[in-house]
Each structure stands twice: as C-alpha cells, then as structure tokens.
Design a protein around this ligand. Structure first.
Ligand code: OFO
Length: 171
C-alpha cells in the first residue's frame, strides 16, 4: 500500500500523461490536415508512447494494491500557427511534465517511499530524452525557416519514426 498522498499524486499523473497523449493526437491530426504526413506520424508515435507512460503508472498503482481513479481530460488545442509553433508548445508541455515528475520524486523522498522513488527514475530519464528530441526538431525548423524543400526533407525524416511498445512489466 502507498500513502494516500502518494497514490493521489500518481493518479493525477496518469491524467497528465493521458492529456499529453490527447495533445499529441490533436497535433497529429493538425499536421495531417496541412499535408505533413511525416510530422503527423511523429506525433502519432508520441501519442502512443504517452499512453504507455499512463499505463505504466496505472499498472504500478494496481500492483501496490491501490485503486486507479481516472479524472476528466481537458480539451487540447486544435490548431497551431506553424510546425515550429507546435513544437515550441510541445517542448513547453514537456517542461511542465518534467516539473510534475520532479514533484512526484520530491514527494516520494519526503514520504520515504523507496519503491515509488525507484519507479519514478525511469520517468526522469524519459523526460531528458523527450526534451532533447523536441529541442533538436525546433532547431532544425529554425534552420529551415521558409524553405519548402527543407520542410519536405524534415517531413520525410520524421516519417521514419516507429512506435516501440513499452514492456508493461508489473512492478
Ligand atoms: Fe511526454 O512524457 Fe510522458 O512522461
């Protein structure tokens, strides 16, 4: 069993991860609608990864004998000014998620909850990688500027991203 404060905070993080999935699904639809199929693929993979992040916490709570409480999701935006704007918003969102994870780690430390502290280490590494990926794409988009050719090339590159399911081991 976890302390109530910890279980509640993890339940709220499931909602954060599900919202991340919802946001990236909305971005995938946006990119599809403006003809950037590679960008749409990248965001669709991101959507699936976020669902995995949510399910990892869901499984962890159940494995600890806790209940899962699904909360309502807010509506994500549907449109962005440009691919650069969408990725800047993505980075901002991931920085918010990083802060959420850091707060969870602080809480686990405060409550001396070592299993949860260990469980959260995976998310710390994941956030480093996610922010780095977003920064790389932002930099490329800035270099591309108004070049249609550059955007076309980047779209082809992002079309290569493949979804690799996370193994949902029971903690
Ligand atoms: Fe985008 O990251 Fe989940 O945790």
């Amino acid at each position: 069993m976890l302390k109530e404060k910890m279980a509640d905070a993890l339940n709220r993080q499931i909602n954060e991860e599900l919202y991340s999935a919802y946001l990236y699904l909305s971005m995938s639809a946006y990119f599809d609608s403006i003809g950037l199929k590679g960008f749409a693929n990248w965001m669709m993979v991101q959507y699936k990864e976020e669902m995995d992040h949510a399910m990892k916490i869901y499984n962890y709570l159940l494995s600890q004998g806790e209940s899962v409480k699904l909360l309502s999701l807010k509506e994500p935006p549907h449109k962005w000014d440009s691919p650069l704007h969408a990725f800047e918003e993505t980075l901002k969102h991931e920085q918010h998620i990083t802060q959420c994870i850091n707060n969870l780690v602080d809480l686990a430390e405060e409550l001396k909850d070592r299993p949860t502290y260990n469980f959260l280490q995976w998310y710390i590494d994941e956030q480093v990688e996610e922010e780095e990926n977003d920064r790389e794409i932002i930099n490329e988009l800035k270099l591309i500027g108004d070049s249609h050719n550059g955007l076309f090339m980047l779209d082809r590159e992002l079309a290569q991203r493949k979804y690799v399911p996370l193994i949902q081991e029971k903690e």
